[in-house]
Design a protein around this ligand. Structure first.
Ligand code: PRP
Ligand code: MN
Ligand code: MG
Length: 182
């Protein structure tokens, strides 16, 4: 759905806009990884929609694995503390890994994750993220595939949550202030 009972303040990105950008990102990934095997690593839980929609746009069969690392807790602020809640099932030694994410906010989660996966002996570790907030960066992260740069506002939908809700919105948008109890 594209709203949930009038909770949205503003729609930043529609389903169509997200889909068109994912088409372009998938075409780029297809071209860049031609002739090489690839492992997609999704970061639970935010990346589930990005993984589902990006992977289905690739013109190849691709294995997927998942990690759960959390830095937010249940609020709207990044804590900077990264915890592994679920590790990979697969051995990534010698493999070309593409991390799939919904958003790079402070960059703390991904900078930690890239270091962690690289230290396991992956041949390459790259990132594809639907969103990036340049204004919120606390560390620079080299992101190969970015969908959209957005303002430093709290956004929900397309996997992004507020206290575990709103992930299943089809659009990406901001919430009305009263939703936060303001
Ligand atoms: C969110 C988001 C990214 C990360 C980005 O995940 O999905 O994974 O924070 O923030 P950062 O760049 O400041 O580190 P969260 O930790 O909320 O877990 P979730 O995916 O389960 O919502
Ligand atoms: Mn996440
Ligand atoms: Mg979250």
């Amino acid at each position: 759905v594209t709203d949930m009972g009038g909770k949205l303040q503003q729609v930043l990105l529609t389903e169509e806009q997200i889909g068109r950008r994912l088409d372009e990102m998938a075409a780029q990934i297809d071209a860049d990884y031609e002739g090489r095997d690839l492992l997609l690593v999704g970061v639970l839980k935010g990346a589930v929609y990005a993984m589902a929609d990006l992977s289905r746009r690739l013109h190849r069969s691709v294995p997927m694995d998942w990690m759960a690392v959390s830095s937010y807790g249940s609020g709207t602020r990044s804590s900077g503390v990264v915890r592994i809640l679920k590790d990979l099932d697969s051995d990534i030694t010698g493999r070309d890994v593409l991390i799939v994410e919904d958003i790079i906010d402070s960059g703390l989660t991904l900078s930690w994750l890239v270091g962690n996966l690289s230290s396991r002996g992956a041949s390459s570790v790259e990132i594809a993220s639907v969103l990036r907030k340049p204004g919120a960066a606390k560390v620079e992260v080299g992101v190969k595939y970015v969908g959209f740069d957005i303002p430093t506002e709290f956004v929900v939908g397309y996997g992004l949550d507020y206290a575990e809700n709103y992930r299943n919105l089809s659009v990406i948008g901001t919430l009305r202030p009263e939703v936060y109890g303001a």
